[in-house]
Write a protein that binds this ligand. Structure first.
Ligand SMILES: Nc1ncnc2c1ncn2[C@@H]1O[C@H](COP(=O)(O)OP(=O)(O)OP(=O)(O)O)[C@@H](O)[C@H]1O
Ligand SMILES: [Mg+2]
Length: 281
C-alpha cells in the first residue's frame, strides 16, 4: 500500500479526519515514503482573547517540502503560538496556514507536534507507547512491522518490552519520537523538545532527529532558544522578535557538510547566527 493510500484509509476509519480538505492525488507521488509537507503561512496575525495587542503580526513564510526550519527567538516572542497555529491546535485571528495548498483547520495524522515533556502512558511498555498513534488511527495491522523498525530507528530496540517509567528522560523522548513517526506524518513540529535533557543526551537526539527527518524526507519546524541547536539541526533559521511577535531575519544555514561541532565551518556558521540574533532579535 502506498503512503498516500494509507492516509486515505486512516481518514476513512480514523477519528481525526476533519482536519484538512483532502489532498488531490496529483499533489503527491505514489512513493511509499513521505515526501514532506509544503507549508505556507500567509499574512498571519494573532491576538489572545482579552489582550490589547497582537502577539503575532503579519507573518508570511513558505517552507518547502523536506526543509528543516528553526524558529529562534527570546522568551515570549510567539514561537509556541506560531507552532500551535501551524498545527491547527489554534486558529489565527487573521491570515492562514496552508499545508500542501489546503488551509489547516484542525489536527491531522499528517502532522505531529512534540513538546518538551514526552507525555507517555506510564503503565505501558515502550513498544505499546510507540504503537499508540497507529492504534488511534485504527491501523493496528501495521504495528507488528512498523513498531520494531521505528524502535530501531530511534535506538531503542533493546527496550521494546520495558516499562517506559524505567527509562531516562532522553529515552522517553525517543519513545515519543517513535510514536510521532509511526503514522508516517509529512511534517514534524517540535517545541523545544530537548530542553529538559542533559547536554550529552540532547546532542545525540539533535543529530538523530535531523538524520531521521532527512531519511524520511520530512518537513520539520523546530522551536528553540538555542543557537547551537538551530545550527546543528536546521537548513534555515528564522529569528523572531517580540512586541509584536514578528520575523526579523530569514537565513539559510551552511555549517559544512558534516555539521561537526568542532569544525571551523560549523563554528563560523554558529557565530554568524549568534551575531544575527544579537543584532536583530
Ligand atoms: N493563552 C494565552 N493567553 C494570553 N496570552 C498568551 C497566551 N499564551 C501566550 N500568551 C502571550 O503571547 C506571547 C507569546 O507567547 P508564546 O508562548 O508563543 O512565546 P514563546 O516565544 O514560545 O516563549 P517561550 O520561549 O518562553 O516558550 C507572550 O507574550 C505570552 O505572554
Ligand atoms: Mg514557547
Amino acid at each position: 500500500m502506498t503512503h498516500h493510500a494509507q492516509f486515505a484509509t486512516a481518514k476513512v476509519q480514523g477519528a481525526a479526519e476533519a482536519a484538512v480538505v483532502p489532498v488531490p492525488p496529483t499533489t503527491k507521488g505514489a512513493t511509499p515514503m513521505a515526501t514532506g509537507a509544503h507549508v505556507q503561512i500567509d499574512g498571519l496575525s494573532h491576538r489572545y482573547r482579552g489582550m490589547a495587542a497582537n502577539c503575532l503580526d503579519d507573518i508570511s513564510i513558505t517552507v518547502p517540502a523536506g526543509q528543516v526550519l528553526a524558529l529562534v527567538g527570546r522568551s515570549g516572542c510567539g514561537k509556541s503560538t506560531l507552532l500551535h497555529l501551524i498545527s491547527g491546535l489554534m486558529q489565527p485571528a487573521e491570515g492562514g496556514v496552508f499545508i500542501d495548498g489546503n488551509r489547516v483547520q484542525g489536527a491531522s495524522p499528517r502532522w505531529v507536534v512534540m513538546f518538551q515533556a514526552p507525555s507517555l502512558f506510564p503503565w505501558m511498555t515502550v513498544a505499546q507507547n510507540a504503537a499508540l498513534g497507529l492504534r488511534f488511527a485504527r491501523r493496528t495491522a501495521e504495528i507488528p512491522e512498523r513498531v520494531p523498525a521505528l524502535l530501531e530507528m530511534v535506538g531503542l530496540s533493546a527496550y521494546a518490552d520495558r516499562n517506559v517509567q524505567d527509562l531516562s528522560g532522553g529515552q522517553q523522548q525517543r519513545v515519543a519520537l517513535a510514536r510521532s513517526l509511526a503514522t508516517q506524518p509529512d511534517l514534524l513540529l517540535l517545541d523545544e523538545p530537548f530542553s529538559a535533557l542533559d547536554a550529552f543526551t540532547r546532542r545525540a537526539l539533535q543529530q538523530d532527529v535531523r538524520r531521521i527527518a532527512k531519511e524520511l524526507g520530512l518537513t520539520v519546524v523546530l522551536v528553540t532558544h538555542d543557537i547551537t541547536e538551530a545550527a546543528i539541526m536546521a537548513d534555515r533559521a528564522l529569528i523572531m522578535a517580540p512586541d509584536p511577535g514578528r520575523i526579523v531575519t530569514d537565513t539559510m544555514l551552511d555549517p559544512g557538510p558534516e555539521r561537526h561541532r568542532d569544525s571551523p565551518a560549523f563554528e563560523a556558521e554558529r557565530a554568524r547566527l549568534a551575531h544575527l540574533f544579537e543584532t536583530t532579535a
